[in-house]
Design a protein around this ligand. Structure first.
Ligand code: NAI
Ligand code: MG
Length: 323
């Protein structure tokens, strides 16, 4: 049995994770699910968004399935649960796959997850605020290796998106990406971040594996979700040297929480990525999702009138037909 730690979170997190776990149970009996709390309530109680003893259990799991949590703007000392988990579990690579469910094409984005402007060195001194944008050789090499593996698995190339014409860190990063990819015979194409945003809007499906620094990757991947039709269907994986964590790209969506209309497909496809990671093959889930969207009613974010429950049941029905 594989042990999967499930952290539903709050807002629509528990609504979509419930669907994802039911779909996973429909395709495999080889996973045991163990649930953990986290977020603001836990922080109020113990000063961290996740309990220390839970974190120890989560580290011993085979993989993590995460929903979403709400981050208040004004809670002193609070760092969001997902950022805390990425740091604590050493998850340096964020893979976001933006699907075109009707044609099967996808946009693949590898975002460096541990350094850049999110490293967390910043200060305000004498009326000046500074944030450090850290790029290390070790960090650049390991994310380049990750992107190379993704490109090889797809028979594709890497588009490295940067601002090396201005930023010293990106000049350094670019050299390392070229070294690592060169050793593996993978082509690297250059793209400068500002003009690349236009290409990502106009020709989104033509960039191979898109690789970028933390903040650039964050912004590019949210922008790219437009091509999926809704942020609600986009899955992601966070990988490190030990464990991996899978989550829909969207947040807790307080505007629709509790209404039963959240799109569960991003969480369900994150479950498919989780199965791939465990070596259990997520392609049955992906086929069921594609089968469902052809004729099935979708949730309001995709212009339909379905409820979360309708979509989950419909996808489980497709799985039963395919099995
Ligand atoms: P969001 O992704 O929660 O919502 C953006 C818009 O997309 C909203 O209109 C929402 O209704 C819609 N949407 C998102 N997911 C959907 C789904 N599955 N089905 C249908 N519609 C969906 O992003 P926002 O509004 O920027 O953040 C809301 C809260 O979520 C904030 O507190 C933020 O900090 C948190 N957040 C948490 C994340 C995480 O835990 N990984 C990631 C991003 C945001
Ligand atoms: Mg984001």
């Amino acid at each position: 049995m594989y042990r999967v730690a499930v952290i539903p979170g709050d807002g629509i997190g528990p609504e979509v994770i419930d669907g994802a776990v039911r779909v996973l149970k429909a395709v495999t009996g080889r996973v045991r699910f163990e649930y953990y709390e986290g977020g603001v309530d836990v922080f109020q109680e113990c000063g961290s968004p996740i309990r220390e003893e839970d974190l120890e259990e989560i580290r011993r799991s085979d993989a993590v399935l995460f929903g979403a949590t709400t981050t208040p703007f004004d809670l002193p000392g609070y760092r969001s649960l997902i950022l805390t988990l990425r740091k604590e579990l050493g998850l340096y690579a964020n893979l976001r796959i933006i699907p075109d469910l009707r044609t099967g094409r996808e946009i693949v984005i590898v975002r460096e997850n541990s350094e850049g402007l999110y490293f967390g060195i910043g200060a305000v001194v004498n009326g000046r605020a500074v944030d450090v944008r850290l790029i290390t050789r070790e960090g650049a090499e390991r994310i380049a290796r990750f992107a190379v593996e993704q490109a090889k698995a797809r028979g594709s190339f890497i588009t490295f998106v940067h601002k090396a014409n201005v930023l010293t860190g990106d000049k350094f990063f670019r050299r390392i990406v070229r070294e690592v990819a060169g050793e593996e015979g993978v082509e690297v194409r250059d793209a400068i971040i500002d003009s690349f945003t236009i290409k990502l809007v106009r020709n989104p499906w033509e960039h191979g594996v898109i690789l970028s620094e933390n903040l650039f990757g964050d912004i590019l991947s949210d922008l790219a979700t437009v091509h999926a039709g809704s942020i609600g269907i986009v899955p992601s994986g966070n990988y490190g040297d030990g464990i991996a964590l899978f989550e829909p790209v969207h947040g807790s969506a307080p505007d629709i929480a509790g209404k039963g209309i959240a799109n569960p497909i991003g969480a369900i496809l994150s479950g498919a990525m989780l199965l791939d990671y465990l070596g259990l093959d997520g392609s049955l889930i992906r086929a069921a999702v594609r089968g469902y969207v052809v004729n099935g009613e979708l949730t309001p974010d995709m212009g339909g009138r379905a409820r979360t429950e309708d979509v989950v049941r419909g996808i489980i029905g497709e799985i039963e037909d395919l099995l």
